[in-house]
Design a protein around this ligand. Structure first.
Ligand SMILES: [Zn+2]
Length: 198
């Protein structure tokens, strides 16, 4: 244990995902030795990210304005909606350059053991969107792991009730057990273009 703020910093850093005690300590001492201007810059972006970033009121993606860039873009196909778990998955799908529709970000995946049920995800918002917008196809692009599969199964069941709505899933071929963002562009692009109706 270090004294005072140094230990507080190590504790805070250690709470971040993927940062163990050793890394937290290394980052803390790096910051202690860093130029004040560098630390100030980090401080500023941390503050901005909490104050300046909002979630798009249509799709739930991170955004600088109340409606995100993709939802505002009139060239994007309104009738096609790709449902993903997290904003980072939007980036992964965008990188494939295969998709010209819009998104819906759930904010996670069903995980009953951790207390995440449909009410903790943006499922109600998705159903409301389908009810009002002229959406003809929903592509379920949750992660290829247990929680993602459970979420997809649940969504397909919920979406079956909408007449005329085509519900599709990414083609197989994505590495199982992983995260959408770990699939390379080519594989994800193929999974997207080879999607099948449920
Ligand atoms: Zn949006």
């Amino acid at each position: 244990m270090y004294e005072g703020p140094v230990q507080d910093l190590i504790d805070e850093l250690g709470r971040l995902p993927g940062i163990g005690p050793k890394s937290a300590q290394r980052i803390a001492f790096h910051l202690l030795a860093a130029e004040p201007a560098d630390v100030t810059r980090l401080q500023e972006v941390l503050q901005q990210v909490k104050e300046g970033v909002v979630f798009c009121d249509v799709c739930g993606n991170v955004s600088e304005e109340t409606t995100c860039r993709i939802c505002r873009d009139a060239r994007r196909d309104k009738t096609l909606v790709c449902v993903v778990e997290e904003p980072k998955d939007v980036l992964a799908v965008e990188r494939t350059r295969e998709f010209k529709g819009r998104y819906h970000v759930l904010g996670g995946a069903l995980d009953p053991l951790s207390g995440v049920g449909p009410d903790q995800l943006r499922v109600r918002e998705l159903l409301a969107r389908i009810g009002t917008d002229e959406i003809s196809e929903v592509i379920v692009a949750t992660d290829p792991n247990t929680e993602g599969e459970a979420t997809a199964t649940y969504l397909v069941r919920m979406l079956r009730d909408f007449p005329g709505l085509n519900v599709t899933r990414l083609a197989s071929g994505l590495p199982m057990g992983g995260d959408l963002e770990f699939a390379d562009e080519l594989t994800l692009g193929r999974a997207l273009s080879g999607r099948r109706s449920m």
